[in-house]
Design a protein around this ligand. Structure first.
Ligand SMILES: C[S@@+](CC[C@H](N)C(=O)[O-])C[C@H]1O[C@@H](n2cnc3c(N)ncnc32)[C@H](O)[C@@H]1O
Length: 223
């Protein structure tokens, strides 16, 4: 059985991965822009994918309150969007943000079928999250940071969208030589140390690490 997810106060003094100039993958998102949501639902929402298997624990670890306003950036087929919308309730709001128009259309249809009326769909560009300024308590980014082709621009716009007490929750593949699979080493451009550096350069501070996931790292940041 997997260990429970546990929020820990930050006590990291060492970072295993080398740091360096970010290398952002051009065209990494080509496959999503006109994607078939049903096909990708089978990829994102399947048993054996850690984020799917642990989805409820991940949502619990976010410690949301009914009425919160949340953005699911890189919403994909809506795996987390739907759970977030249920968690914040009718008084809350979830922005489903993705660069893929077909994914966002599918999420809208899914929300309508589930009777969820607290969801705001946004098709954004690669450079900006397209959220109103000062609008969200939490930005949630799952398995998407390594897909940002313009991470600094995205992070700048995310900072503007966050309320002063807002949090950024980032969950993404660990990229550790000797630990991560060959596919992850090729597909994911940066290890944890570099990602922390990029977030800090954009004005965020790492405040907590959530342990318990194996192939993914899960961290909270504040401005
Ligand atoms: C691997 S999928 C993850 C989907 C979802 N978060 C999940 O875990 O099931 C990455 C998603 O990020 C989206 N994406 C990539 N770059 C983005 C950006 N700059 N802003 C918003 N979405 C982006 C892609 O279109 C894709 O839907």
């Amino acid at each position: 059985m997997s260990p429970p997810l546990l929020a820990e106060t930050l006590a990291e003094t060492t970072r295993a991965e080398p740091r360096g100039t970010p290398v952002v993958e051009p065209g990494i998102n080509r496959q999503y822009l006109d994607a078939d949501p049903e096909r990708w639902k089978g990829v994102f929402e399947r048993e054996g994918r850690e984020l799917f298997d642990r989805r409820h624990e991940i949502i619990d670890a976010l410690q949301l309150t009914p009425g919160d306003s949340v953005a699911d950036v890189g919403a994909g087929t809506g795996l987390f969007t739907m759970l977030l919308a249920e968690r914040v309730g009718r008084a809350g709001r979830v922005y489903a943000v993705d660069i893929s128009p077909t994914f966002i259309e599918a999420i809208q249809a899914r929300a309508a079928a589930s009777g969820l009326d607290n969801l705001v769909p946004i098709v954004n560009s690669q450079q900006t999250v397209s959220l109103p300024a000062n609008s969200v308590d939490l930005v949630f980014i799952a398995d998407t940071y390594h897909h940002f082709e313009y991470p600094q621009q995205m992070l700048d716009s995310i900072r503007k969208a966050l309320r002063p007490t807002g949090r950024l929750a980032l969950i993404d593949f660990r990229r550790l030589p000797g630990f991560s699979s060959g596919w992850i080493m090729r597909h994911v451009r940066a290890g944890q140390g570099q990602v922390i550096d990029e977030l800090e350069a954009a004005g965020f501070t790492l405040v907590a690490t959530v342990s318990g996931c194996k192939t993914n790292g899960f961290k909270f940041y504040r401005q």
